[in-house]
Ligand binder design. Structure first.
Ligand code: PLP
Length: 415
């Protein structure tokens, strides 16, 4: 069998594939401590809400048949668009209508469509780039562009925030807009738990507007749902911002529901692309949450159950780290949101992939940090920090997290 250049590009080993393979191979395996992967926690109160909602759909006349048996438009159901637009304008005063919304099969696919629509070979033969203003960034973007050279990034500023705690910040002096067709960032950031400050977002939005290009903000963990943000920051949207949202981290990852809020021209473009690649998105997630958008309870669930759940987990995990790591020279990225902690071992001479392999042998799965640094200029090949960090998903059972951290401490101490 011969693969095309497109095929080769996606078949070759990618960081995201290793991660997904590990998840599949080790999840649920007796004795394995699963601190890798991006699975959200199964929160009992939230599970109960989904169970009840599904029971309601099953009982309610032909609602199940309609949910499962009909295609919607190529970007979802009009009832869903209107309910979400109404909620966003009620909650934040954003001037959005149903025409500003599209549903795509998972926000991973939304990003694939957006990045390839905006980067790669342009009609005039130029090479369009996507700028990532804050490294490290979500591993799942790294291999998404059909043109492997599409992503450009640069080193962040690193601020010591408190003893054994730091925070990355956008180093605006390093930005080079040459050939850039879009700026993108996750907020909160997977893997670090960083939340771009309001000032950083407003400067990035101004920069994008000045160059007449979109700012794509990936809100998979953000406001209003799932709302896993522990800082007091403002959600923003304007005609130049493409906001990517998802139902995954509120507990519905298997419904594959990604949502885009953008100007009408962008929504029309996505609608055309989505028709070609998937005909129509799944309607299950849209139907599950529709009444909760209408009465606003999706926001209540996020604020009153989901966010406090993760905040408590994050705080407890940080306490465990302090107990387990003792005299190691480590630093934790300030936990501002998302479901991960990002740990930096300053004396990790062997590198994070080596540490990952040693941990795997001892039954602890984490994600090595170097996958999350991409698009950097060649001169940063020697930047040691890239090899000294790991990502830990703290949403698992407390006793597993604690045992896992003890083993991480022992292995990290070996260098
Ligand atoms: C930052 C970020 N964006 C997008 C996604 C993709 O989410 P989904 O395709 O389930 O909506 C993830 C998944 O972990 C993520 O962490």
């Amino acid at each position: 069998m011969k693969f095309s250049a497109f095929g080769e590009r996606f078949i070759n080993d990618t960081g995201i594939k290793d991660l997904v393979d590990d998840l599949g191979k080790y999840a649920g395996l007796e004795g394995t401590i699963m601190l890798g992967g991006g699975n959200p926690a199964l929160i009992p109160e939230v599970n109960e809400i989904w169970r009840n909602r599904m029971a309601e759909i099953l009982k309610n006349g032909d609602q199940l048949q309609k949910m499962l048996g009909l295609y919607g438009t190529s970007i979802g159901s009009i009832k869903f668009f209107d309910a979400l637009a109404e909620l966003l304008s009620r909650e934040y005063g954003w001037p959005v209508t149903g025409k500003n919304i599209a549903v795509i099969n998972g926000s991973q696919t939304s990003c694939f469509l957006l990045y390839n629509m905006l980067s790669g070979r342009m009609p005039d033969g130029a090479s369009g780039k996507i700028l990532l203003p804050l490294m490290p960034e979500y591993i799942g973007y790294a291999d998404q562009s059909i043109d492997p050279e599409s992503f450009v990034s640069f080193r962040p500023g690193i601020n010591d925030y408190a003893p054994n705690m730091f925070k990355y910040q956008v180093d605006f002096d390093r930005i080079n807009m040459n050939g850039v067709n879009a700026i993108t960032a996750s907020r909160p950031t997977n893997p670090t738990g960083n939340v771009l400050t309001d000032d950083e977002v407003s400067r990035l939005s101004e920069l994008a507007a000045e160059h007449e290009i979109p700012l794509i903000l990936d809100n998979a963990y953000g406001l209003p749902f799932p709302g896993i943000i522990f800082e007091d920051v403002k959600p923003v949207w304007n005609e130049n911002i493409v906001l990517s949202m998802s139902l995954s981290k509120i507990g519905l990852p298997a419904t594959r529901t990604g949502i885009i809020v953008a100007n009408e021209k962008m929504i029309e473009a996505l609608s055309a692309m989505s028709a070609v690649v998937s005909l129509a998105p799944s309607g299950v997630g849209q139907e599950m949450v529709l009444p909760m958008l209408e009465d606003g309870s999706l926001i209540d669930i996020s604020r009153d159950i989901v966010m406090p759940y993760y905040r408590a987990k994050s705080r407890q995990t940080i306490k465990y780290i302090k107990e387990s790591f003792g005299s190691l020279d480590y630093s934790i990225h300030k936990s501002e949101g998302a479901i991960f902690l990002w740990l930096w071992f300053k004396d990790l001479g062997s590198g994070s992939v080596n540490l990952y392999n040693r941990l795997k042998k001892r039954g602890v799965i984490i994600v090595p940090g170097e996958y999350f640094f991409f698009g950097l200029p060649e001169e940063d090949e020697t930047w040691e920090h890239r090899h000294q960090c790991i990502r830990v998903n703290y949403s698992q059972d407390f006793s597993d997290v604690k045992r896992g951290l003890d083993i991480i401490a022992e292995e990290a101490a070996k260098g």
